[in-house]
Design a protein around this ligand. Structure first.
Ligand SMILES: NC(=O)C1=CN([C@@H]2O[C@H](COP(=O)(O)OP(=O)(O)OC[C@H]3O[C@@H](n4cnc5c(N)ncnc54)[C@H](O)[C@@H]3O)[C@@H](O)[C@H]2O)C=CC1
Ligand SMILES: O=C(O)CCC(=O)C(=O)O
Length: 543
């Protein structure tokens, strides 16, 4: 078996390489500092890559990539990856959310302390041969108020450290409840604006989003508590750097500590050298402990993904652990086959799909099942590879409305998936279930209940429910030497004499002549072939 090829595109700790080397299914190459066309070509040579914040994976760098299946960020922020472009190509993006939490919280706190006691300029003045004790009068942390915006992993660790230093802590996070705040010994603010006039120190621990960009800007300067010190160890741009310069010059702001910048690398900033400023070159996660942890966790994510299909800490798709995958694999297969079936049975342009999950399957991760259905529905129509990562996005991009209904009521089966697709004036419906452990079955076509295999060459014919049809169908295919492996018939409302549908599983594709003879049988209304994968044959993302 060919080995999975992993690209290490940013420096990672040796423990990560050791783990990679220990698995004989993998080979790797270190390619640090790739940019532009080199990066695009490089990315196309790997099945998976691991990066930190150095490399920027843009839509252009992924253009035309048919090989890459996984991007792992050894760290938290995935803002250096165009996730939409990756998703469109069916590439899973995963990160290591907790590996550098403590180191980054400690760094934010270290910056806060360095600001309060002028550590950097005081040492610099010593180096310049001065013994200046008056100039560096500091400020004690105890009894001061610390404001924290973003109360996730890092924000909470910073809060614990603030409390240990006997600070009053006020936090703002849209997901922070009063109960959680009380339990953690902090006060909850309703808005950032509300906390600005109250806090002596403000530290931010959010991603950079439309809401957090320039969270402190020129218009907020007058609202800041005079003498405030601001720390940013999250992402450049959360504070407006020009406003920081203005606030420092006016004296409204006493100190600014930045680890991150709007443009990185940043070697030139009006802030550098200003009194009251201390900056570091994105060192929050740069400890041996954090780097070992994120490298090992990141490589483990890649090994598990390629060895078992496990999707963990993904930022562009629902998680999928090996146990869940094993438990729902057969239903993923049914959902995918229903998609393939309905794309052919409906046959026109689809504008709406409604999936109804009934019984036990309704308690499962139906989002993944819906993605599998979408992959099947689109597979025959699209040039690009479709899988459970990109299928839903590709479907929605085509303006197709997707609805999910879940019902714990079992109906005729312990679990079933019913899908209705409509568009172009036609509605088509099919339902599937799993018999035993892994035998997918088609149990309804339009409103006709039946039990048919959902694999291989299917032939579906609608007809009037009159005697003799089945015999005539058998004779027709016998004449054309097409073997019928299985046959199922479903009647409208299960009543005789109405309208019926027949599903044949054929051992080979029927010829045009066989289909014409079939169509010529009196009482046969429509005849349609449907191609599905053979039983047990699954796409690579399902194996
Ligand atoms: N300087 C460095 O080397 C490092 C920087 N980071 C950065 O630190 C940031 C935080 O990381 P974690 O705590 O691990 O992430 P997290 O996901 O655990 O926490 C982020 C928190 O921000 C909150 N949030 C989002 N939008 C908000 C808004 N508009 N206002 C207030 N809160 C908002 C979220 O609800 C969440 O609780 C990330 O941007 C990450 O990239 C992380 C590690 C190292
Ligand atoms: O890889 C690094 O050192 C940067 C860490 C970081 O910014 C993150 O994890 O979000």
């Amino acid at each position: 078996m060919a080995k999975f090829r992993i690209g290490v595109l940013d420096p990672i700790a040796t423990e990560g390489f050791d783990l990679l080397k220990s698995d004989s299914n993998f080979e790797y190459e270190e390619r640090i500092g790739l940019k532009g066309d080199e990066l695009r070509k490089g990315l196309a040579e790997f099945d998976g890559v691991i990066i930190r914040s150095g490399v920027k994976i843009t839509a252009e760098s992924l253009e035309g990539n048919k090989r890459l299946k996984a991007i792992v960020r050894a760290g938290v922020g995935t803002d250096n990856i165009d996730k939409e472009a990756a998703t469109r190509l069916g590439i899973v993006v995963m990160n290591t959310p907790a590996g550098n939490t403590l180191s980054t919280a400690e760094h934010a706190f270290a910056l806060m302390m360095a600001l309060s006691r002028s550590i950097a300029p005081a040492y610099q003045s010593l180096c310049n041969g001065k013994w200046d004790r008056k100039l560096y009068m500091g400020s004690q942390l105890a009894d001061k108020t610390l404001g924290i915006v973003g109360f996730g992993r890092i924000g909470r660790e910073v809060a614990l450290r603030g409390l240990a230093f006997r600070m009053r802590v006020i936090a703002f996070d849209p997901f922070l409840t009063d109960e959680q705040a009380t339990k953690l010994g902090v006060e909850r603010a309703e808005t950032v604006a509300e906390m600005l006039p109250k806090v002596d120190y403000l530290t931010v621990h959010t991603p950079l989003t439309n809401e957090t960009k320039h969270l402190v800007s020129q218009k907020d300067l007058a609202n800041l508590k005079p003498g405030i010190r601001l720390i940013n160890c999250a992402r450049g741009g959360i504070y407006d750097e020009a406003a920081l310069v203005e606030g420092l010059n006016s004296g409204q702001i006493a100190g600014v500590a930045l680890d991150v910048f709007e443009e990185e690398p940043c070697t030139d900033s009006p802030l550098f050298g200003m009194p009251g400023v201390v900056c570091t070159p994105h060192l929050g996660a740069s400890t041996e402990e954090a780097q070992t942890q994120v490298a090992v966790e990141g490589i483990q994510l890649l090994l598990n993904f390629f060895n078992t299909g496990e999707i963990r800490h993904a930022v562009n798709v629902a998680a999928l652990d090996p146990k869940t995958l094993e438990a729902i694999r057969s239903y993923l297969d049914v959902a995918y086959r229903l998609g393939l079936f309905l794309s052919q049975w409906h046959g026109g342009s689809v504008s709406q799909c409604t999936l109804t999950y009934r019984g036990e399957v309704a308690d499962r991760d139906t989002k993944l099942l819906t993605n599998a259905f979408c992959a099947g529905l689109l597979e025959r129509a699209l040039e690009e590879d479709v899988n459970i990562i990109n299928a839903e996005l590709l479907l929605r991009e085509r303006g197709i409305e997707l609805n999910e209904i879940r019902s714990q009521e079992m109906g005729a089966f312990a679990s079933s998936i019913t899908v209705e697709v409509s568009g172009g004036g036609r509605t088509a419906k099919a339902a599937g279930t799993v018999f035993g452990h892994n035998m997918p079955r088609l149990v309804m076509v339009d409103d006709h209940r039946l039990e048919a295999y959902i694999d291989g060459n299917l032939l579906i014919f609608t007809h009037q429910d009159v005697p003799g049809i089945i015999g005539k169908v058998g004779t027709t295919f016998g004449k054309h030497e097409v073997n019928i492996a299985q046959m199922a018939v479903g009647r409208s409302g299960n009543q005789p004499g109405g309208h019926a549908i027949g599903v044949l599983n054929l051992d080979s594709q029927p010829s045009a002549a066989a289909l014409a003879d079939m169509q010529a049988i009196p009482a046969v209304e429509t005849v349609q072939t449907i191609e599905l994968p053979a039983a047990g044959q699954m796409p690579s993302w399902l194996q």
